[in-house]
Design a protein. Structure first.
Length: 120
């Protein structure tokens, strides 16, 4: 029989065997240097495996969300593609339902891209 240094190690074996807590004392044998365990069937019990046990994977349905389009990303993309401010604003107006008060957006993003190029 295997000898466990602490009672906690011996009770772990019983817990894995499905023995109720109230019955632990009837299966534990105190010996010099620790505890020994007799399983309900009478044979010696195996030591518990060390480390974390992997739990079975749960079925999870991941929802893949599309990346959010932003005005700035779309504007920069079309400006880099070589489109004019009017063409870029037409695209932004359709995609994001912008009114004419936002007509300055493409020119602002164009100047921002130029500033970033100079700084880099």
């Amino acid at each position: 029989m295997k000898t466990y240094l602490k009672r906690d190690g011996a009770t772990a074996v019983l817990r894995k065997a499905g023995v109720p807590k109230e019955a632990y004392d009837s299966y534990l044998i105190k010996v010099p240097g620790g505890f020994q365990v007799k399983t309900p069937a009478g044979e010696a019990a195996e030591a518990p495996k060390l480390g974390k046990e992997k739990k079975p994977a749960k079925f999870t349905k991941e929802i893949i969300k599309p990346k959010r389009m932003s005005i700035s990303a779309v504007a920069r993309e079309h400006i880099k593609a070589g489109k004019s401010n009017e063409e870029v604003f037409t695209i932004l107006k359709k995609l994001f339902n912008l009114d004419d008060t936002k007509k300055h957006y493409p020119s602002w993003y164009r100047s921002q891209l130029k500033r970033a190029e100079k700084g880099a």
